[in-house]
Ligand binder design. Structure first.
Ligand SMILES: Nc1ncnc2c1ncn2[C@@H]1O[C@H](COP(=O)(O)OP(=O)(O)OP(=O)(O)O)[C@@H](O)[C@H]1O
Length: 608
């Protein structure tokens, strides 16, 4: 993976980043849901007060049983505790439900926001990032954003409030007694600080290993046929197991680090209770104090124990969520060039004349793929691009689609430089059938229907007929409702291609871009599709890339593309007469036919 998520996280998650991530979370999501959080907070307040009330009642419980036993006193205290427990139970329920609903909304909002942002990214964004990393940021990142907010709210609302109320109860009952216990509290919190840094590092490692694991397992599953065909099971097993072991190791390390806060708190908590028993026992036995206060403080302490423990671990737990939320924010902060240019005007409608003027382009610095590329594709004509593999033919189509932007020169449609218009409007002028047909899980009908929103059943069927797909679709038991499977896996290569052609026909755009669009068809289907294409071509600009010369001999213009330039162009006969590069290709491709100039029948590739 070229991305190196661990390195990026380490570099960007600076010391005060936790604070900034939290601040952003609160401003972006917390404020928006303030009503939900206020409700949850109110429930937590009730929880804290009822908990404090219980501790308070312990004094009366002990005194009314042991010191001044009265019938009504015992009843009063018992009913009081029951009433408080009902309030506490109801508040806990209310708080959980409210927090969960707000939390789920935050996850959904963030996922929508992140997904919309992904739609606005350029094609090149996806070329350098693994699907697993993007989906991890989308899933785990949104969950972490919710968990970070919830942790902060519950820590303040439930734990801190409970602690404050309980401490107040203890202080009111016996200030000295409370003091003895409270001295040890800050020590526990300070003790966990060292653990936080360690936990953050481990979290980062766990995330990075998790991304790698899901990336490699996704690849292996998707490439299972290749794995099996080349008996790569053992190689892949070793690879995947290594990553699983890494994740396991990080998880174990994390648990060890987190668990370190427990003995600290247990010990210090025990010391606090021991101190209270010593001091209070001495007071009750020798200073004549009532045991009620002692029990009340002890109960307050015991009840304070859990929230205090959680608060001491607060920072350690928060570290994980902050790192996750940071991953989501990183995704949201990346520029989304396609979304940003929505303000650019729409490309005006026109016949669809495509021109390239001295276009330079490279995917990598210092590696030019197109060099001074000049090219014209006229409306109503078919222009074919032929030439050796890697010459830059598909790149020409990518530039017309504005998947990439030239570094110099101009790509224009009807004389308008495409970079001056928003990409969506440029793409409404084009219908693309590329080498790798991509079908989405769903029915045949849906997949053809993606060509044009709101297309009628008749239009879909007409497009399928034109693409020579109707007959095989009707051969399926479920007809147009037949599921195509993941990436169209339940169809043959030729069937997938015909569905993609039907989709492009349905789009009915002025510029038709066919990149090896009929390569997977048998000769008979190809001849039929070619006939349909010829009908369509009369009213639009068609640009065809083909390795099989059979598909292009009738083109209005054939351009030979090699090393990012057009070497020669013209009609088949003209190029043959010129006896140049095209003539050579032709000779090589049809060498087995014996004589040059014979009608092409072979399917050899142009691989000179
Ligand atoms: N996304 C990409 N990132 C980096 N380099 C790329 C990318 N796509 C293509 N290239 C490189 O650009 C060059 C031209 O590729 P292109 O796909 O345009 O060639 P082509 O003529 O269509 O080849 P083919 O006939 O094999 O499909 C090749 O050297 C290829 O390695």
């Amino acid at each position: 993976m070229s991305f190196g998520p661990l390195e990026r996280l380490r570099a960007s998650l600076a010391k005060d980043e936790s604070f900034r991530v939290l601040q952003r979370l609160f401003l972006a999501d917390g404020v928006k849901h303030w009503k939900g959080y206020a409700t949850a907070f109110a429930f937590m307040g009730f929880m804290a007060l009822s908990t404090g009330g219980m501790a308070w009642l312990m004094r009366d419980a002990v005194n009314s049983i042991f010191v001044h036993p009265t019938f009504w006193g015992v009843w009063g205290v018992a009913l009081g505790v029951m009433a408080l427990s009902v309030i506490k139970g109801a508040s806990a329920y209310g708080q959980n439900i409210t927090m969960a609903r707000v939390g789920n909304r935050i996850v959904a909002d963030n996922q929508k926001k992140a997904f919309d942002h992904l739609l606005g990214q350029e094609v090149s964004f996806y070329a350098i990032r693994h699907t697993a990393e993007i989906s991890m940021r989308l899933q785990a990142g949104a969950n972490a954003a919710r968990d970070a907010l919830n942790l902060v709210i519950t820590s303040i609302g439930r734990d801190l409030l409970s602690l404050v109320v309980l401490v107040m109860v203890a202080v009111i009952q016996d200030p000295m007694l409370a003091l003895v216990a409270l001295v040890l509290m800050p020590a526990a919190v300070i003790g966990t600080r060292k653990l936080i840094k360690k936990a953050k590092n481990i979290f980062r490692k766990e995330f990075a290993s998790g991304i790698k694991l899901s990336a490699i397992s996704l690849e292996v599953i998707q490439g299972m046929r290749t794995v099996k065909a080349y008996t790569l099971e053992d190689t892949m097993r070793v690879r995947v197991h290594t990553y699983i072991d890494d994740v396991e190791r990080a998880a174990n390390k994390l648990v060890r680090t987190q668990a370190k806060s427990s003995p600290l708190m247990e010990t210090l908590g025990g010391f606090a209770i021991g101190g209270v028993i010593l001091y209070a026992g001495y007071n009750v036995m020798f200073a004549g104090k009532s045991p009620g206060e002692f029990f009340s403080v002890l109960t307050a302490l015991l009840l304070a124990y859990e929230p205090a423990k959680r608060l001491a671990r607060f920072n350690v737990d928060l570290a994980a969520h902050v790192i996750g939320a940071h991953m989501l924010f990183e995704l949201l902060d990346m520029r989304a060039p396609e979304a940003e240019e929505k303000t650019l005007p729409d490309l005006p409608a026109g016949p669809g004349r495509v021109t390239f003027d001295q276009v330079e382009f490279g995917y990598r610095d210092n590696e030019k793929v197109l060099r001074g590329f000049d090219f014209v594709a006229e409306p109503g004509q078919t222009t074919a691009l032929v030439g050796p593999s890697g010459g830059g033919k598909s790149t020409v189509i990518s530039l017309i689609e504005r998947f990439f932007t030239p570094s110099a020169g101009t790509v224009a449609i009807d004389g308008h430089d495409v970079t001056a218009f928003n990409r969506q409007s440029v793409r409404t002028h084009t219908a693309l059938v590329s080498q790798d047909v991509y079908l989405f899980s769903g029915s045949v009908r849906e997949n053809i229907g993606f060509g044009r929103e709101g297309a009628t059943e008749e239009e879909i069927v007409a497009a399928a007929k034109a693409a020579y797909a109707h007959d095989f679709i009707m051969g399926f038991e479920q007809g147009y409702d037949t599921p195509v499977g993941e990436h169209g896996a339940q169809l043959s290569g030729g069937q997938r291609q015909r569905i993609a052609i039907a989709r492009a026909f349905l789009k009915n755009a002025p510029i038709l871009l066919l990149d090896e669009a009929t390569a997977a068809l048998d000769s008979e289907s190809e001849a039929e599709v070619q006939k349909a294409l010829q009908k369509l071509q009369s009213s639009r600009t068609t640009i065809v890339i083909a390795h099989r010369l059979q598909t292009v001999v009738r083109a209005d213009k054939i351009c030979v593309v090699e090393q990012g330039r057009i070497l020669e162009s013209g009609r088949h006969d003209e190029l043959m007469a010129r006896r140049g590069r095209y003539y050579n290709f032709y000779q090589i491709q049809f060498a087995h036919e014996g004589e040059a100039g014979a009608e092409p029948q072979g399917e050899a590739l142009l691989s000179a």
